[in-house]
Ligand binder design. Structure first.
Ligand code: AHM
Ligand code: MG
Length: 343
């Protein structure tokens, strides 16, 4: 019986198929795989290693950093910055971008990363993840990098992916020609291709939203959830882990939609466009799904700042279409409530 391809073999084969692609992207993806194994090791023994709990610091998002947040952030940054192919790194945990080497003159790529997403779940042994996004730099090689290199729309991504530290550890990624998933064999320390050509199932029946937010969230999400609850025979199921990578991954495999809506006091919701929404939008679209915000396609949105937030709705096409219908219904309803002459 032939053995499954390793992650390394798979990306090398991908490079061979596109000779114009330099080995730098291969190197970068390999480095992400290496860093994720180191983080995985630490995540798996967190209870023993005495690194559970808060680090005592607050990040740029005004959230208490977990010790594992700090560890994952420094591990990814150290490995990516030393590989030679990265000019700059934007991390959810760092206020300013990390500029690599000589003002970023040499590296070809920009990485945007959420080193440990869902880390509030760490202490209770629930799945967490890493999300990454890779762009080609905009400024010419040899010049210092600047904001324009980081503030690119999702459509410019050349690769994105996530690592799920769950009951098994998986690395799922795309370079724009489908989505492939690899499972870490801990005995060998290698990721093996376990989920080739991943696609959302034809129809999704799961919806994932923080129910406690429903009273404060914008009308389309309330209409959508009401619709799911009232649909007879459709067997909708609510599933919410509160760990985006895990919720997204389950919905990708079983079929579903994840929603983090705009809220009365937080019109842009909670999730970050560059570290969470855009990379998973790329994966979703490559797997036959869709990702939208309150205005339209997430991949088209042009960021104006590094830590920008965005409402987010991602998953199966049939469910995103149903959500779009709710957006339209909400719009019509608010038109109806306007005084007649302002219509
Ligand atoms: P984080 O990047 O600080 O971990 O926050 C993102 C997480 C997502 O993983 C998850 O889906 C969401 O926050 C849960 O938020 P809430 O607790 O408001 O439902
Ligand atoms: Mg996050």
């Amino acid at each position: 019986m032939s053995k499954a391809k390793t992650f390394g073999e798979f990306i090398m084969d991908g490079q061979a198929a596109f000779p114009f692609v330099s080995g730098q992207l291969t190197r970068l993806l390999t480095d992400i795989g290496v860093a994720s194994k180191i983080v995985n090791h630490q995540v798996n023994r967190a209870g023993l290693a005495g690194i559970l709990g808060e680090a005592g610091s607050i990040n740029i998002q005004d959230e208490a950093q977990q010790k594992l947040d700090v560890y994952a952030d420094s591990t990814f940054n150290r490995i990516l910055a030393s590989g030679g192919s990265v000019a700059g790194i934007g991390s959810e945990e760092q206020e300013s971008p990390i500029i690599c080497g000589d003002e970023g003159r040499k590296g070809k790529y920009i990485v945007l990363i959420d080193p440990l997403d869902g880390s509030s779940n760490v202490d209770v042994n629930v799945s967490i993840g890493t999300i990454f996004s890779i762009h080609r730099r905009v400024t010419p090689m040899g010049e210092p990098i600047s904001d324009v290199d980081f503030l690119q729309p999702g459509v410019n991504q050349i690769a994105s992916g996530y690592i799920l530290y769950g009951s098994s550890t998986m690395l799922v990624y795309t370079t724009g020609s489908g989505v492939n998933g690899f499972t870490l064999d801990p005995a060998v320390g290698e990721f093996f291709l376990s989920h080739p050509a991943m696609e959302f199932p034809e129809r999704g029946r799961i919806y994932s939203i923080n129910d406690a937010l429903l009273g404060k969230c914008s009308l389309p999400s309330r209409l959508f959830v009401d619709g799911c609850r009232q649909t007879r025979g459709a067997r909708f199921r609510a599933r919410y882990i509160g760990s985006l990578v895990a919720d997204f991954h389950r919905n990708l495999i079983q079929g579903g939609i994840y929603l983090y809506p705009s809220l009365a006091k937080k019109p842009l919701g909670k999730l970050r466009l560059l570290y969470e929404c855009a990379p998973l939008a790329f994966i979703a679209e490559q797997a036959g799904g869709m990702a939208i915000d309150d205005e339209g396609r997430v991949m088209d949105r042009i960021p104006t700042e590094l830590h920008e937030r965005s409402p987010y709705y991602v998953g199966n096409r049939n469910l995103i279409h149903a959500f779009l219908a709710c957006q339209l219904a909400a719009k019509n309803r608010s038109m109806d409530t306007l005084p007649k002459r302002e219509k």
